[in-house]
Design a protein around this ligand. Sequence first.
Ligand SMILES: Cc1cc2nc3c(=O)[nH]c(=O)nc-3n(C[C@H](O)[C@H](O)[C@H](O)COP(=O)(O)OP(=O)(O)OC[C@H]3O[C@@H](n4cnc5c(N)ncnc54)[C@H](O)[C@@H]3O)c2cc1C
Length: 297
Amino acid sequence: MLRINDYIIKNESTFRIGGAVQEVFFPESIDELLVLLKQKNYDIVLGNCSNVLFSSQKINKTIILTKKINNFTFDGNKLYVSCGVRGPIISNECLKRNLTGFEFLIGFPGSFGGMIAMNASAHGQSISDTFIKAEIYNVDKKKVQIFTKSDMNFSYRNSIIKDKNFIVLNAEFELKNGEFDKIKDIMDRNKSFRTQNQPGLTYGNAGSIFKNPINDSAGRLLDLCELKGCKSGGAMVFEKHANIIINYNNATSLDVIQLMHKMYSKVKEKYTIELEPEIIYVGSDKTENMLWKEMKK
Ligand SMILES: Cc1cc2nc3c(=O)[nH]c(=O)nc-3n(C[C@H](O)[C@H](O)[C@H](O)COP(=O)(O)OP(=O)(O)OC[C@H]3O[C@@H](n4cnc5c(N)ncnc54)[C@H](O)[C@@H]3O)c2cc1C
């Protein structure tokens, strides 16, 4: 298994930001991942790093990245998938098999581990819709457990995985039978919506920066605060979507956090609503941690 010290993490993240991480592991199978989880004193398990802001400064942490764990199989309309597999791959595989339920996954680069933890959703579909069960490593009890849908406490951008010390290993989903042309049409519409309204991966970004407050949209509130195009160093609020920050010119993590802090403060001042970051911050820098904590009260 690949293990790298002082690994520059920038190119692993969709934000394309990040400094040297003390120690990074790349397990290539669930067995290798389990060995690490049982034996290693690690700080965090990540998938495709599409919802993460890494610090540009030295990161004194041990990180496990699951992106090399890539197994999946179909049995009729059942899917068995390992945590490291990326959504768009499965969206296309479902199309080949005339299976509906994962058309939304064509639009963004999350791994199944990350998407289950976050209960990823878009275009009226979510991970929880087709989820049957998952094999989870319980870090505190040091054992593998099976969690069914009712164990998962899925809600908007949340699940029991995010709240507790659980690691997703494998999962099972049940898709519905559909028609090729209809499935393809939905996927094409999802793709074209993204091309028209979002940066895709043309610029580094991590999708939506803040969660939507209850019964409202973070993008709407940020737009009303006239934040589109607002800059901090090499980071900028995307011109077409006020809840996305793009790395348009070698942004640092501090550029992004300062811009987020400005967005957060403007909405708080104007609407007395405190937006909560949807992305996670991984770093050891004091100033960044201080600004981050002010937004995570
Ligand atoms: C261009 C773009 C568009 C996006 N659009 C959307 C969208 O429409 N809808 C949406 O929901 N998200 C969207 N996102 C955000 C992101 O893709 C999702 O949140 C996705 O679920 C993150 O998956 P990941 O593998 O990259 O997770 P990471 O960023 O690697 O990790 C995210 C969280 O999941 C946890 N995690 C990862 N793997 C595991 C595991 N095996 N076990 C337990 N916890 C784990 C991590 O610890 C972390 O807390 C977008 C991102 C980008 C870049």
